[in-house]
Design a protein around this ligand. Structure first.
Ligand SMILES: NC(=O)c1ccc[n+]([C@@H]2O[C@H](COP(=O)([O-])OP(=O)(O)OC[C@H]3O[C@@H](n4cnc5c(N)ncnc54)[C@H](O)[C@@H]3O)[C@@H](O)[C@H]2O)c1
Length: 463
């Protein structure tokens, strides 16, 4: 007997998500009934579901969605992502007359409030956003519409716990938590490509320094650039904020049909090998550490340069946003050091005057794996890190989710070793704010406008 043996669940839509959701409920002991658009697709979905299950499961089929929900406690819809289709389906569910039913949608982008109106009783409609594949991913984002009743949200949370999964709570806002906080990760990595940094370098830096399992460009290729472009257009329309506008390069690649892995080419050329191979090729791995003086600074003013000249031996400037190349004295390498999952990881800066050799020399001496980057504010890693922190701070500021839930969501939904607000606590709000202001000054783009919460936190920390 599983945790949910008293629960009766109806699932509509037997694509990969609906099948996975039906399976996790059945495995937790719930009585599950499934339905797709017609008898034929329902039968095919049922057969596929049984074939996918690693242990025998008991799932029944219904002839119509009305039949499926009549005796159910919970209805989960996972049909195509089209409002009109979901609207028609919800009207059929409502017509079945089960007033005690909790109605959950697995939508990735539609408004729960609007689906609530389509159902006719918004108080009973909640978002249950499972991640793909539902059988493996532990996270479920629970979305409360403006009129969702609190006890319905609580019941959804309790059922998620009964599945052995973790629920995070989110207000009804486009992209919810994980996909929203990751927006700048995708935008900034593509902007960096436009500005001359190779995709393999960006992905290798993110994996080596931030411990992400996949680099952002590899992930974009995997999802499909057309899908990303669509979600960027939606974000721009919904938020009405130019910071969400799509990157011209994305549009260009989509128009050329190079939409990613499925197309054979996107940011990587899949006929030339795996992204992992291209990434290893750009990482330099030295033999072991030697003696080096590391001078940590966020700016590089003439007085910093004077201080550097006082130091003996090899000197590394550990800075991501302040290294004005013309201030760097000869022999000083500009590197940004990160304590990654596998030890020290360095971004080495190709300096216009000194070249890259002094920086490589220093990274090697420190025993740090390294990638070559361009002298752009925030280099690669901090720029992606700061903008994600800023997005996460905006969510907290707008009361879309709590800091704890955001960190949990990024850890479980994206396998990030630390959440963005944990990273904020580590770096300190003053450093992140200074970094964002540096980007804003340099590029004049509202993408880098700091969240007011961050401004207040930095002011608070200074007092
Ligand atoms: N694929 C993902 O990674 C992912 C992740 C999270 C959430 N989602 C969301 O989950 C939902 C389903 O995603 P998917 O990738 O499994 O979709 P899919 O398009 O692969 O499958 C949808 C299924 O719904 C069926 N269907 C269509 N209209 C129907 C109707 N009126 N009644 C019953 N069944 C109907 C289709 O026949 C099909 O089997 C979407 O809302 C999507 O946005 C998807």
């Amino acid at each position: 007997m599983g945790e949910l043996s008293d629960l009766r669940v109806a699932v509509a839509g037997l694509g990969p998500m609906g099948r996975g959701i039906a399976r996790v409920f059945a495995q937790a002991g719930a009585a599950v009934v499934i339905v797709d658009a017609d008898a034929e697709t329902t039968a095919a979905g049922h057969a596929k579901l049984l074939e996918e299950a690693d242990s025998p499961i008991d799932v029944t089929t219904a002839a119509s969605v009305g039949d499926a929900v009549r005796e159910a406690d919970l209805f989960v819809e996972a049909i195509v992502e089209k409002f009109e289709a979901k609207q028609a389906l919800l009207a059929q569910v409502r017509a079945a007359g089960n007033t005690g039913l909790v109605v959950a949608s697995n939508t990735s982008s539609l408004s729960i409030g609007e689906l609530g109106r389509a159902y006719g009783d918004p108080s009973r409609v909640v978002g249950m956003h499972f991640f793909n594949p539902p059988t493996k991913m532990r996270l479920v984002e629970i979305i409360r519409g403006a009129r969702t009743a609190p006890d319905i949200v609580e019941r959804a949370r309790a059922w998620v716990a009964g599945l052995g999964k973790t629920a995070v709570l989110c207000a009804d806002s486009p992209n919810f938590i994980v996909n929203r906080v990751c927006r700048p990760l995708y935008y900034e990595s593509q902007l960096l490509v436009t500005q001359g940094v190779a995709p393999a370098v960006i992905d290798a830096a993110v994996k080596g320094a931030l411990g992400h399992r996949m680099g952002p460009l590899e992930l974009l290729d995997f999802t499909g650039l057309h899908t990303h472009l669509g979600s960027s257009e939606t974000a721009l329309r919904e938020f009405g904020d130019p910071r969400y506008r799509p990157i011209p390069l994305t549009r260009q690649l989509v128009r050329a049909g190079t939409t990613g892995r499925a197309a054979g080419r996107g940011y990587y050329d899949y006929s030339a090998g795996k992204p992992r191979e291209a990434q290893s090729a750009v990482v330099r791995r030295p033999a072991g550490p030697e003696e080096v003086t590391v001078y940590r600074t966020n700016t590089c003013t003439p007085s910093d340069v004077a201080a550097l000249r006082e130091l003996e031996g090899r000197v590394a400037l550990d800075s991501s946003h302040g290294g004005w190349v013309e201030h760097l004295p000869a022999g000083v390498g500009w590197v940004r050091l990160h304590r990654g999952g596998e030890g020290l990881f360095a971004e080495v800066v190709a300096d216009e005057v000194a070249g890259i050799e002094p920086a490589y020399d220093i990274a090697d001496a420190l025993g740090a794996a390294s990638v070559p980057v361009l002298a752009l504010p925030g280099l690669v890693v901090d720029r992606l890190g700061w903008t994600m922190i800023n997005e996460a701070s905006t969510l907290v500021e707008e009361q879309i989710a709590t800091a704890e839930d955001i960190d949990l969501a990024l850890r479980l939904g994206m396998n990030h070793p630390a959440g963005p607000l944990e990273r904020l606590a580590e770096a300190g709000p003053a450093e992140v704010l200074a970094g964002l202001r540096g980007l804003l000054e340099c590029f004049g783009d509202p993408r880098y406008r700091p969240a007011q919460l961050l401004v207040r936190q930095a002011a608070g920390a200074a007092r």
